[in-house]
Write a protein that binds this ligand. Structure first.
Ligand SMILES: *Cc1c(COP(=O)(O)O)cnc(C)c1O
Length: 600
């Protein structure tokens, strides 16, 4: 039997299970309830920092004397600093209160105390994880934190690798770079093999030959790295190399494609843009009525690219879409790619963009999981994908900027040998040459490390917190649905995001959009601070099936290509806390209905 902590507050008696109470120690609390012991820790941190300085080179003597501190110039500067600090403190009083359970707007919420502490401790030491010369402790902690993340998503720690970066955008581009480089290397070896009379490949199969074939050919033909450069698209003049490859294969080089679901984050447009493959190389895979990647269309797009002699070098699936929090059928995508490997001998890079949903891997995925079977199957399959993006600064409750790029195989991670002459990269394990960013703070890694060690990346830690947010979403969804028939909630929410519009029966979508926008505006921070919400616009053709199926529920008239939705991201762990005087789900529903009544 569970012992419940019974709290008596006025006449209100509240039962709180011990594991829920435990979670309360991880956050400062909406009223800074944990301020005292956070302050205690902060003092200890600063004291240790001061002591570290004093103890390291004690015989060096002081640079700032007591007399210095009494000089008018010194005092004046101190006062100027103080004045400006106070001004900053005043100005930040007006910042978005993302700590509050009333903030249910974007993928932003209260950060955890361990994450905040990890961040501050790192700032005090300011290591630069570009190399071991500018970061002794930071890079080791980054290694350990990367291992924690690898383990959480199911990659093997000793086989995989990765690094922290500023966020999901950069992590996605890191993946694109590696897939492109792998393709270029395979194609280069394939071209040399063809020159030697090996006719078992055309351009498409050469560019997707797989590491086994690559290694075998490289050995058999004794091809050095330099010789490989002759046909490496990323080394020489690409215009010239395209022509050479076409001549060798007696076939036009048509260029590769990326297959990316249309529910994607816009960082993929940036990625394809930067890779220089041409925007046209970005092939959108259709979504189904739930807004998830449509498997049949992926198959069609793969067939199409093969038919057009365009090597599909990368397929992306999304775990936790930015708009709806949906999870693509990652397992089925992987199975399809495996089928293509069997059938045609082609190896396609599978990247999972789990910037938002990656931390859901910490949720219990047994029979009793709060997650539906298809989501569990999808998350379980991340371990088979070549690479994954995950953002600790989203569902990891870590401060910005903390994103991570993870690779299943070290070989595909450590892809670049380039070197900066003035930086001493110790061994190939140094990340400096492998990262898009140069100087990198260790703060994101340390914050993630401390949360992994304190909260835990499993069902008892993060898993519990995220379960709570999903339960809060379910509760709020029910209350909203019961409160007003005109609130049309997208019915397939599976994580902690709710989207809805406000529509009358038989109404045109154009009219609904206008009303939904007005309701959104009524919540805008300039108007009042009841609650903070966000909005999104689902467009055709990206969301054709979803828009058709969803709006059929109220017989909508289709007069526009987009559907505006109010979006609530329920990440705050205290959104449905029994102890508060306010019931946030109920209060939000009331406020929403007040605003809706006005516009109906
Ligand atoms: C947020 C997000 C990104 C981009 O991450 P940033 O950290 O904002 O750069 C990429 N993909 C998905 C699915 C996201 O939700």
């Amino acid at each position: 039997m569970k012992v419940h902590n019974t709290l008596v507050e006025g006449s209100k008696k509240i039962d709180c299970p011990p594991d829920e109470v435990a979670l309360k120690s991880f956050f400062l609390g909406p009223q800074a309830e944990n301020a005292n012991w956070l302050r205690e820790l902060l003092n200890e941190m600063f004291d240790a920092w001061f002591e570290w300085r004093r103890a390291l080179y004690p015989t060096d003597g002081k640079a700032i004397s007591a007399t210095d501190k009494e000089m008018p110039e010194f005092i004046e500067n101190r006062q100027r600093i103080k004045r400006n600090v106070h001004q900053l403190l005043r100005r930040f009083q007006n910042e978005v209160p993302s700590f509050s359970p009333r903030y249910i707007g974007h993928m932003l919420t209260e950060v955890s105390m361990p994450a905040l502490i990890g961040h501050i401790i790192t700032l005090l030491h300011n290591p630069n994880n570009i190399s071991g010369e500018s970061s002794r402790v930071g890079i080791v902690i980054e290694d350990e934190a990367i291992n924690d993340l690898l383990k959480m998503i199911g990659y093997e720690e000793n086989l995989g690798s990765g690094h922290f970066c500023s966020g999901g955008t950069i992590a996605n581009i890191e993946a694109g770079l590696r897939a492109r480089d792998r393709f270029a290397r395979w194609l280069a070896v394939g071209t040399i093999a063809r020159e030697h009379g090996n006719t078992s490949f055309d351009i498409l199969k050469a560019g997707l030959m797989g590491w086994k074939t690559f290694d075998r050919l490289k050995l058999e033909l004794d091809i050095s790295e330099t010789e490989l450069h002759k046909y490496h698209l990323l080394h020489g003049n690409p215009a010239f190399i395209f022509r050479e490859i076409s001549t060798v294969f007696k076939e036009d080089y048509a260029g590769p494609v990326f297959l990316i679901p249309q529910n994607k984050h816009y960082s993929w447009n940036k990625c394809v843009d930067m890779l220089g493959l041409g925007e046209e190389a970005f092939k959108g895979v259709k979504t189904d009525e739930k807004g998830r990647l449509c498997l049949d269309d992926l198959r069609n797009k793969l067939e199409e690219s093969i038919q057009h002699r365009r090597p599909p070098i990368m397929v992306v699936s999304v775990a936790g879409t930015t708009e709806l929090g949906e999870v693509d059928p990652i397992d089925k995508v992987q199975a399809l790619l495996d089928e293509y490997e069997q059938k045609y001998g082609i190896h396609i890079w599978h990247h999972v963009d789990a910037a938002y949903g990656g931390f859901m891997c910490s949720i219990d995925r047994s029979e009793n999981s709060i997650l539906s079977k298809d989501i569990v199957n999808a998350l379980n399959a991340i371990q088979y994908a070549n690479s994954t993006t995950i953002d600790p600064h989203k569902l990891g409750y870590v401060p910005y900027a903390s994103g991570a790029f993870l690779c299943k195989h070290k070989r595909e991670y450590f892809y670049r040998k380039s070197n900066a002459p003035y930086i001493n990269f110790v061994g190939t394990a140094e990340r400096g040459p492998q990262t898009i960013e140069g100087s990198r703070s260790a703060a994101g890694a340390v914050s993630t490390w401390l949360t992994a060690r304190t909260i835990g990346l499993d069902g008892n830690g993060y898993g519990k917190i995220l379960e709570r947010t999903i339960k809060s979403r379910v509760k709020l969804e029910e209350i909203l649905r019961d409160s007003n028939p005109h609130i049309r909630i997208f019915p397939h929410s599976t994580t902690n995001i709710i989207t809805f519009c406000v529509a009358k029966e038989n109404e045109s979508i154009g009219l609904t959009n206008k009303r939904t926008l007005k309701v959104y505006d009524a919540f805008s921070p300039d108007e009042n601070h009841d609650f903070f919400v966000s909005k999104t616009t689902l467009k055709r053709p990206e969301y054709n099936l979803l828009i058709n199926k969803f709006t059929a529920n109220w017989n909508a008239v289709h007069d526009t290509k987009e559907l505006v939705l109010i979006r609530l991201v329920i990440m705050n762990p205290f959104f449905d806390t029994k102890e508060n005087k306010i019931d946030y789900p109920l209060e939000f529903t009331n406020k929403l209905n007040e605003k809706i009544t006005y516009y109906l």
